[in-house]
Design a protein around this ligand. Structure first.
Ligand code: 16C
Length: 258
């Protein structure tokens, strides 16, 4: 009986990623779980004080003014509710390279630098230049997974994508025209179904997804604080609105993926 129980618990908590043998795996596991925890803290429970800077319908965006070595690194936290899509669908679109140019408005170029596994990729991106600063690029691993909702075990699984800067000898920083930025970003989606799962067939009208997006970007080199904060204030709401409407559009005629 004890053996049986043990095997059940293994089945329920599989370390299913094929990335587990990669040298980055301990970091990917640690940062992803930390980001999930951080995203799930309400803006009231979190350390430090969050300042609301943008609001639109159910979207709320908060920031904290922070500087490291004279560079603006303001952490951002945003919450939103998106109707007609699941957390899995939102996270899959945020993660997958084939959709990126459809929603990422600051992008100039994107390459998959390394495929670690089907749920873990390394991206090399160059972003649009903001005058008068130098152009920026970013090299980061990106990992997608589902996790049981420990706060509500009856609810459907949470989905998370975590992006975090990394290094690769093939892509050294600050060698060409770009300055490398350093980022830690996560998107968490929690699906709600109404009416309860066991009744008639669930349609897109019955589902909504609560999302949390957290981001910290270190600009990596000089950029005027006033310009940076102005870009921030304009670009983050633009991104979240564009990304969520893009997801609704992509999913509307497809079967629901829970
Ligand atoms: O999370 C987002 N996107 C993911 C997939 O691309 C991924 C990438 C994050 C990139 C982080 C920003 C890189 C520098 C951007 C340069 C700004 C270009 C603005 C162009 C305006 C014409 O996680 C969504 C990311 C949404 C980004 C909003 C803008 C953030 C500005 C942060 C300032 C960075 C320093 C720039 C110094 C000049």
């Amino acid at each position: 009986d004890r053996l049986k129980q043990k095997s059940v618990s293994i089945v329920q908590n599989p370390v299913s990623s094929a990335a587990v043998n990669h040298k980055l795996w301990p970091e990917i596991e640690k940062v992803t779980m930390e980001q999930l925890h951080y995203a799930r803290l309400g803006v009231g429970e979190d350390v430090g004080v969050w300042q609301l800077f943008a609001e639109d319908g159910e979207m709320r965006m908060y920031r904290r003014e922070e500087e490291v070595d004279g560079l603006v690194v303001d952490p951002l936290k945003a919450c939103h509710v998106v109707r007609g899509v699941t957390g899995r669908e939102l996270c899959q679109i945020f993660f997958s390279p084939e959709y990126r140019s459809g929603w990422e408005t600051t992008l100039e170029d994107m390459t998959v630098a390394e495929t670690i596994s089907n749920d873990t990729l390394i991206f090399m991106q160059t972003h649009k230049r903001i005058w008068p600063a130098s152009q920026r690029d970013a090299l980061f691993w990106s990992h997608i997974r589902s996790v049981p909702d420990t706060e509500d075990p009856d609810a459907s699984d949470l989905w998370i994508v975590c992006n975090h800067s990394t290094e690769l000898p093939q892509y050294p920083p600050n060698t060409g025209k770009c300055v490398r930025v350093y980022l830690t970003v996560c998107l968490v989606g929690q699906t709600f179904i109404d009416p309860p799962k066991d009744s008639k067939k669930i349609s897109r009208e019955d589902i909504s997804c609560k999302i949390t997006y957290c981001s910290v970007v270190n600009p990596g080199g000089w950029a005027p604080a006033s310009v940076l904060r102005a870009v921030y204030k304009r670009e983050y709401p633009k991104f979240l609105k564009r990304f969520t409407s893009y997801c609704i559009e992509q999913c509307k005629d497809k079967p629901i993926q829970f």
